[in-house]
Design a protein around this ligand. Structure first.
Ligand code: FES
Length: 262
């Protein structure tokens, strides 16, 4: 069995005996997440071009206030919304999927390394001397992830319903490229959400043992299978949700033309 000697002495910041390009992964995470955060914040603040034909951008779904026929409660912004803030329906809902991703176990490990070098990567010297982990404020709040999971499951149902609505064209049932874009997004989001560590614990049984129920064991094995690819689906679904908004937005702006397949 191969062995790697890892010194137990605390090195200086950035010091390591690793000879590989250990900085490449945190750099890629930093760039990927930064691009997504900038784009999604910009798109969420626009408050327009979020639907085209039967397609609704996932950044604005569920659309509580906004354009017909998608809006649940009409076109006007709610009376309780502060008048000094620019209104965008996306701001009312994005905290839920955003919170789910922000507290995701995979993303935590990734952005702790990429955004504040804690640590820069495995076996690379950290910028601080103490390690508090996530047992203290504020990082202990990351434990709220299990509750965001429940919301994420609800959003998954709503986005799946949007795919069904995206087949309802003025002349009847149909499928366009936009329908497939939204469908691929829901599938990837499903693979990401159903591979959640919290769901794995939730569905597996008890805190210290797996349930004896064969149905729950089968579910546990399914979730474990997706969980093993959690990082991959985290990135694929992040890209797909951003691209879905971009697709709808550019079609609504007349820059891209949606192709009706049948
Ligand atoms: S651990 Fe990543 S979504 Fe729950």
């Amino acid at each position: 069995m191969p062995q790697i000697d890892v010194p137990l002495v605390r090195g200086r910041f950035g010091e390591t005996s690793r000879s590989d390009a250990w900085w490449l992964q945190p750099l890629a995470v930093f760039l990927g997440l930064s691009i997504f955060i900038v784009y999604s914040t910009w798109a969420a603040l626009q408050g327009n071009n979020y639907h085209f034909g039967p397609y609704l951008s996932p950044f604005y779904s569920p659309l509580l206030y906004g354009d017909a026929p998608f809006a649940w409660f009409g076109p006007d912004k709610p009376s309780w919304f502060p008048t000094f803030l620019p209104f965008s329906a996306a701001m009312l809902i994005l905290w839920a999927p955003g919170g789910f991703r922000f507290t995701c176990y995979y993303y935590r490990g990734a952005y702790y390394k990429a955004f504040w070098s804690d640590p820069p990567n495995c076996t690379v010297g950290e910028p601080r001397k103490s390690y508090l982990g996530e047992r203290f404020f504020p990082l202990i709040l990351q434990n709220v992830h299990r509750y965001f999971l429940y919301l994420a499951l609800v959003f998954l149902v709503l986005l799946a319903h949007d795919v069904w609505e995206a087949t309802k064209f003025p002349d009847g049932f149909g499928v366009g490229v936009g329908t497939l874009v939204l469908l691929a997004n829901v599938i990837l989001l499903g693979c990401y959400t159903f591979g959640c560590h919290s769901l794995r614990h939730l569905i597996g049984g008890f805190s210290d043992r797996i349930s004896a129920s064969s149905a729950r064991q089968a579910c546990y094995n399914c979730v474990s299978g997706l969980n093993g690819r959690h990082m991959r689906f985290a990135w694929m679904s992040l890209f797909s949700v951003g691209f879905s908004d971009l697709y709808v937005r550019l079609c609504a702006m007349g820059i891209w033309r949606d192709v009706r397949l049948f």
